[in-house]
Design a protein around this ligand. Structure first.
Ligand code: APR
Ligand code: PHB
Length: 390
């Protein structure tokens, strides 16, 4: 088979790009390792910046997001016995974020690909990339007993952190930057009314916590746990008790608990691979970079990659202009590093580090005190949280 663009990975990055290109008459095939049910069973974050939301609308996939998603104009940070408010709308000059689960967003994208007759192959095993430096790159994969081949102009590696695309770039070309944090987040999803209409990020002596939500009847809570903890160590009762200990008294008193419908531990990692292009291969999303979830930047970092790559491919196919493709890696990385900086900063600000010094504690306190006493500090938080311009 021959297509213009072969996309590897059926997460939000790959799906959104294939849908956008399809609407412009550019032919794609998308190869996903797992079944649609498997992809949609993953619980991921739920905060979208307005730039991502705009792309979803452009891809004609924004209808349910706009109907069911909640616009959030602020959030809270609980620290040192107080509950401070971050007015995103005021300090970002009228911007906000949309709370809409990534799982739902992915479902909308799959439905759109189906509606538009997109080529999406599930259970594509042993995906391998070939001749990336030539004018005739191709991708092979296995479907059951059959090995298939896709010839294409370009390959997009949107296959997440564990995918095969990044690994297809020779080691002496790729530079990887990584920071692994010495803790994880234990997350619980429960069919209960959220404790607060807006998110609450909590810095506490026992460790970080977060009160988030998917809707007015579905809550998502997290607590910082040591990396050695296992999900099985945490009964629902133990989770709720620990969460309550970390919340301000008034919030803890209002917390409605219930059985967990999902419970998992995610490690925290910052990661960037450079460059994001190798010959005819372009990396996008988690395949090239990871952020700790603290600043809600994961999906939003993918958004700018997709935007730049989409426009670069349009430049090539519609105008014969390859400048966008040539500059993709540099352009994407410039924004990625800003999202990295912000996620790292929020993570350092709000977590308890096992080997911290009394000096570090004082710095954290001072940083938070400064944040809530300085309009310019608030502005830098707000403009990063709602998403820097593409
Ligand atoms: N072949 C084909 N598909 C693969 C392969 C492979 N070898 N390896 C992984 N995949 C698929 C995964 O099964 C997954 O569905 O690639 C997809 C990658 O999706 P994500 O990991 O969701 O990455 P991405 O689409 O870039 O989404 C951005 O933002 O909120 C964050 O981490 C969160 O998933 C989120 C990400
Ligand atoms: C979530 O709802 O899962 C969530 C929200 C905000 C974050 C991280 C995760 O910063």
């Amino acid at each position: 088979m021959k297509v213009q663009v072969c996309i590897i990975g059926g997460g939000p990055s790959g799906l959104l790009l294939s849908q956008l290109l399809h609407l412009q008459g550019i032919e794609t095939i998308l190869l996903e390792k797992y079944s649609r049910e498997h992809v949609l069973s993953r619980i991921r974050a739920g905060v979208l910046e307005h730039g991502f939301a705009k792309l979803m609308r452009e891809a004609q996939c924004g209808e349910r997001m706009d109907r069911e998603g909640e616009i959030h104009k602020g959030f809270h940070i609980a620290h040192d016995g107080v509950l401070d408010h971050v007015d995103l709308y005021k300090y970002s000059g009228g911007n906000s974020v949309i709370v809409y689960g990534q799982t739902e967003l992915t479902r909308d994208l799959y439905e759109a690909r189906e509606r538009f007759g997109g080529k999406v192959v599930h259970n594509a095993e042993d995906v391998a990339l070939h001749e990336l430096k030539s004018d005739k790159p191709y991708v092979t994969y296995r479907l059951g007993d059959e090995t298939l081949r896709v010839d294409c102009d370009y390959v997009v590696g949107a296959d997440g952190f564990h995918g095969v695309s990044r690994k297809s770039i020779p080691k002496d070309v790729l530079r990887e930057y990584e920071k692994v944090y010495p803790f994880g987040w234990l997350g619980v999803l429960s069919r209960t009314k959220p404790v607060s209409p807006e998110l609450i990020y909590v810095k506490h002596d026992r460790g970080f916590a977060l009160c988030s939500l998917r809707s007015q009847v579905l809550s998502r809570y997290y607590i910082q746990v040591p990396l050695t903890d296992k999900v099985e160590d945490w009964s629902d009762d133990a989770f709720w008790a620990e969460l309550k200990r970390r919340l301000p008294e008034k919030v803890a008193a209002d917390l409605i608990t219930g059985p967990s419908i999902e419970k998992s531990i995610a490690p925290l990692r910052s990661f960037v691979a450079e460059p994001m292009q190798y010959g005819k291969l372009f990396l996008a999303g988690d395949a090239a970079h990871i952020v700790p979830p603290t600043g809600a930047r994961g999906l939003n970092s993918a958004a700018s990659d997709i935007y730049y790559l989409y426009h670069a491919l349009l430049g090539h196919y519609k105008k014969g202009d390859d400048a966008g493709l040539a500059g993709y890696s540099e352009r994407a990385l410039a924004r990625i590093w800003k999202a990295q900086r912000f996620s790292w900063w929020m993570t350092m600000l709000l977590h308890r580090f096992p080997d911290r010094l009394a000096y570090d504690d004082q710095l954290q306190r001072t940083e938070l005190g400064y944040l809530f006493s300085s309009e310019s500090a608030m502005r830098q938080l707000a403009e990063n949280y709602v998403g820097l311009p593409f």
